[in-house]
Design a protein around this ligand. Structure first.
Ligand SMILES: Nc1nc2c(ncn2[C@@H]2O[C@H](COP(=O)(O)OP(=O)(O)OP(=O)(O)O)[C@@H](O)[C@H]2O)c(=O)[nH]1
Ligand SMILES: [Mg+2]
Length: 340
C-alpha cells in the first residue's frame, strides 16, 4: 500500500511539474569553434550560446526545435547539421574543411555574434604557462609538437633563456602544419608515395601518366611532425585543358610551399632543381641510387621511406632547433603567411 502511495505521489509530480523559472538568455550571444582550428577534418563543431533563434535568423535559417537536430543551409557557406540540445545552445556541424570553417566564422561574425574562443580555464594548471600549454595541447597533432609543448613549463619555471627568433620561427611549424608539395614528371609514383606514407589510399594510382589531375591534399605525420601534403599532377603532360589548369593550380601551391619535393624516376638523368630530389621506384634499379638523389625510395617495398621522412622533417625543423634548450613563447607562434 505504501509503495502504491509513493508511486502515485511520483506520478503526480510528473503530471504537475513544479513551475519552471525561465533561465535568462546568456548575453551577448557568442560562438566558439569546438573542433581543432586550422586543420581539415571530416566535420567541425561550432557552439553558439545565447539567443539561438535570433542567431539562426541572422545567419539565414530557422532555428531547430529544442532537443532536435535538423539539416540547415547557411547561404554561401555549407549545409550542416544544426543541433539544439537546449534553448540557449546550438551546435553547428559543417564539413570540416578549413575554407568552410572560415566562411562559417565570417558569417557568424557578420551576423554580430561574438567569438569567444577564449582559452579555457585550467584549474589544474600550476601556472600561466601550464594553462597555455594545456590549451595548445588540445589543438595540436604530431608527437614532436606534444613532446615539445610538454617540456615548456619546466623550462620557463627554471628561467631558461628565450629561444632566438629563427628557432622560434622553425618551431612554429610544430603548431601550424607546413605545406609540402610532391611534384615532378607523370607516372613516377608520386601518388603511390602519398598512399604509402598515409598507410591508406588517398590518391588514385595507375600505370599510365596523367592519373592525378587536381592535386590531392592529406595531413600526414612525418617523423613526428604533422604536415599538409599535396600530391600534384605530373608537370610534363599537356593532354587537355583540364590537366593544364590543374597544373597551373599546382604551381600556385608550389609557390606557397614550405618544402618542394622533386620526384623523378631513379633511373633518369639528374634534374636541374633547387627542390629536394627524390629518386622514385628505386626497387627497379640495378645498382646504387643515382648520385643526383638526396634520397632514393620505393613506395612498393618501403625501402628508404624512414630516411626520407626524417629528411623532410629536418628540412622543415632542424635537429638543432628541436634540441635548443631555451624557453619558447609557443602561444605567440603564428602560421607563415601564404597566399590562400
Ligand atoms: N616498382 C615500383 N612501382 C611503383 C612504385 N611506385 C609506384 N609504382 C607504379 O608506378 C605507376 C605510377 O604510379 P603513380 O603513383 O600513379 O604515379 P604518379 O607519379 O602519381 O603519376 P601521375 O599522377 O600520372 O603523375 C603505377 O603503376 C604504380 O604501381 C615503386 O616504388 N616501385
Ligand atoms: Mg598521381
Amino acid at each position: 500500500m505504501r509503495t502504491i502511495q509513493t508511486r502515485e505521489h511520483a506520478l503526480k509530480q510528473v503530471v504537475d511539474p513544479p513551475t519552471l523559472v525561465p533561465c535568462p538568455v546568456p548575453s551577448p550571444t557568442s560562438f566558439a569553434q569546438r573542433s581543432t582550428t586550422g586543420i581539415a577534418s571530416a566535420v567541425a563543431v561550432f557552439e553558439v550560446v545565447g539567443d539561438v533563434d535570433a542567431a539562426c535568423e541572422a545567419i539565414g535559417f530557422q532555428a531547430p526545435t529544442v532537443g532536435r537536430a535538423a539539416l540547415r543551409t547557411v547561404p554561401g557557406v555549407d549545409t550542416l547539421l544544426a543541433i539544439r540540445p537546449s534553448v540557449h545552445v546550438l551546435l553547428l556541424t559543417p564539413h570540416g574543411g578549413v575554407q568552410v570553417c572560415r566562411s562559417l566564422m565570417r558569417a557568424l561574425l557578420d551576423a554580430g555574434i561574438e567569438r569567444t574562443d577564449a582559452d579555457p580555464c585550467w584549474p589544474e594548471a600550476a601556472d600561466e604557462i601550464e594553462a597555455r600549454m594545456l590549451t595548445a595541447l588540445g589543438r595540436v597533432r604530431g608527437e614532436r609538437a606534444i613532446t615539445h609543448l610538454l617540456s615548456q613549463p619546466e623550462r620557463w619555471a627554471a628561467g631558461a633563456a628565450r629561444v632566438p627568433d629563427d628557432v622560434a620561427a622553425e618551431l612554429s611549424r610544430l603548431l601550424h602544419p607546413p605545406l609540402v608539395v610532391a611534384t615532378g614528371p607523370a607516372n613516377v609514383g608520386k601518388s603511390s608515395l602519398a598512399n604509402a606514407l598515409a598507410g591508406r589510399t588517398v590518391a588514385r594510382v595507375a600505370d599510365r601518366p596523367g592519373v592525378t589531375r587536381d592535386a590531392v591534399a592529406v595531413d600526414l605525420e612525418l617523423d613526428g611532425l604533422l604536415v599538409r601534403w599535396l600530391d600534384a599532377p605530373g608537370v610534363d603532360l599537356a593532354e587537355d585543358e583540364v590537366l593544364v589548369e590543374a597544373q597551373a593550380l599546382a604551381r600556385e601551391a608550389i609557390a606557397a610551399a614550405d618544402l618542394i619535393l622533386w620526384c623523378q624516376d631513379a633511373g633518369s638523368h639528374a634534374p636541374d632543381t633547387e627542390a629536394l630530389r627524390i629518386a622514385m621506384r628505386a626497387d627497379l634499379l640495378d645498382g646504387p641510387p643515382p648520385s643526383w638523389a638526396d634520397v632514393a625510395i620505393s613506395a612498393t617495398t618501403g625501402a628508404g621511406l624512414e630516411d626520407f621522412t626524417r629528411m623532410v622533417r629536418q628540412r622543415l625543423i632542424s635537429d638543432s632547433a628541436l634540441a635548443h634548450p631555451g624557453s619558447w613563447a609557443f602561444w605567440e607562434a603564428t602560421p607563415e603567411t601564404r597566399p590562400s
